[in-house]
Design a binder for this molecule. Structure first.
Ligand code: PLP
Length: 462
């Protein structure tokens, strides 16, 4: 295959894309397969000689779409959304066509400079004050790892980078049990250790208790441990918990500890001023991550980390061997020094396309609709006999359950086998609950109310 063939096949792929998206509502949301069903259809060894693209494409159409869970399906209410607005898909095609790596300014000035401008557009869109800069990572997991590595090194006055952690007092990171498991993963990878992630108790509103945070830090100091930083949660993955930023950041900063805020999902909602009270005080944070690839509509992957002062992170992750120096241009930003990988995709392009093709007002309308429809679906489910709302809507996420865990789990299995909607579960305060998250880019009110209809029908039939 050469570039002339690519031109023709790209057109075929575009037509396929259009038909795929037009037919999504007809498909079950979740792949109705048993493990091994796809692998059995693939030859066990690679071909020695070329195969015709016609054959490859036909196999793709035969095997792949029915083996997918359709994240762009308008009735996808599981996990969190991974919205891919068409404008961002188009930008991804173009970025893929150029196929450049933006690790240094010099390796693609447009990628670096557009990334800087897009970070500032998003800072304004979310209502954050001037002074935050930032970068784009592949995922919130990597952004949080970067923040925690920076906390580790700041606490060690950057000696860990050269000497390692041997012989150091245990470093301690603080978060509530509502924060995402990426925090647990980060402390493991960073060499801090799971046992040194202190899960600070939460109050009845699921916010970490400021007094408990202060108590934990003081107790650790008395025990000879080394507090290093606090991770706060703005929209937890399980049920959408929010830590009270203002009070908790004040405690952390009073103890000289940096704060990283995980707003991977809920950050997108902050383009609507009326939701910003949920993270009031966030402007005091040192680092904030949010994923435009979740609710906002930028095709995966696109995770933005805002930094109050990038120097500590660049000091931690930056490494400049002579083959990465840019002669005579010491003033330019080389984004590989802000992140873990060296190579980086041109992710800013899809933000540029998305934000221009929709404008903030259209994106706000979608998010406001999702929040309103989630409230409506929650009220309608509450009215069904036997259904209990376990957590009230946090933005567009709520959870419900039946009388006992076994009945709830059985209902979820039947909902997902039915295929019209896709929901997933979590455990909240020991109880098995079904999450309903409204956020797919193209979903309508009718799509959302289908959750109520499916639950009602299946319960009546039970
Ligand atoms: C989705 C999510 C993450 C992880 O995001 P990735 O980009 O997939 O790593 C972390 N925190 C929260 C709150 C999330 O919702």
């Amino acid at each position: 295959m050469n570039h002339d063939d690519l031109r023709d096949w790209s057109k075929r792929a575009a037509d396929w894309t259009h038909a795929y998206h037009a037919g999504l509502r007809e498909r079950p949301v979740r792949a109705p397969l048993t493990p091994g069903a796809i692998a059995r259809q693939l030859p066990p060894s690679p071909p020695e000689t070329p195969e015709a693209m016609e054959v490859i494409f036909a196999d793709f159409e035969r095997i792949v779409p029915d083996g997918m869970t359709h994240w762009q399906h308008p009735r996808f209410f599981a996990y969190f959304p991974a919205n891919a607005a068409p404008a961002s898909m188009l930008a991804e095609q173009l970025a893929n066509s150029i196929a450049a790596l933006g690790m240094l300014w010099q390796t693609s000035p447009a990628a670096t400079e557009m990334e800087q401008v897009m970070i500032d557009w998003l800072r304004q869109a979310l209502g954050l004050p001037e002074g935050f800069s930032g970068t784009i990572h592949d995922s919130a997991t990597t952004a949080t790892l970067s923040a925690i590595l920076t906390m580790r090194e700041a606490a060690l006055n950057w000696s860990g980078l050269s000497k390692g952690l041997t012989g150091q007092a245990p470093l301690r990171i603080y978060a509530s049990a509502e924060t995402h498991s990426s925090v647990d993963k980060a402390v493991r990878i960073a060499g801090i250790g799971q046992d040194n992630l202190v899960k600070v108790p939460t109050d009845s509103k699921l916010s970490m208790k400021p007094g408990a945070l202060l108590g934990a830090i003081n107790a650790d100091r008395a025990a000879g441990h080394m507090p290093a930083g606090v991770v706060l949660c703005a929209g937890g993955t399980s049920v959408g918990a929010f830590d009270r930023m203002q009070d908790l950041i004040a405690v952390a900063h009073g103890q000289g500890l940096p704060v990283h805020v995980d707003a991977a999902w809920a950050g997108s909602a902050m383009i609507c001023p009326e939701f910003r009270s949920l993270w009031q005080g966030v402007e005091q944070a040192d680092s904030i991550v949010f994923n435009p690839h979740k609710w906002l509509g930028a095709q995966f992957d696109c995770s933005v980390q805002f930094l109050k002062n990038p120097t500590p992170q660049v000091k931690t992750l930056g490494l400049r061997p002579s083959y990465l120096e840019t002669a005579g241009r010491e003033e330019v930003v080389n984004f590989n020094e802000w992140t873990v990988p060296l190579g980086r995709r041109f992710r800013a392009l899809k933000l540029w396309f998305l934000l221009r093709a929709h404008g903030l007002e259209d994106l706000r309308t979608r998010i406001r609709n999702h929040v309103a429809w989630a409230a409506e679906a929650c009220a309608a489910l509450r009215a069904l006999p036997g259904v209990q709302i376990v957590t009230e809507p946090s933005l567009s996420l709520f959870s419900f359950a039946l009388a006992d865990d076994a009945a709830t789990e059985a209902l979820l299995t039947r909902i997902n086998d039915d295929g019209r909607v896709y929901l997933t579960q979590t455990r909240h305060q020991g109880r098995y609950v079904i999450r309903v998250q409204v956020g797919q880019f193209d979903c309508t009110r009718d799509d959302v109310m289908m959750v109520v209809r499916v639950v009602g029908e299946l319960m009546a039939a039970a």
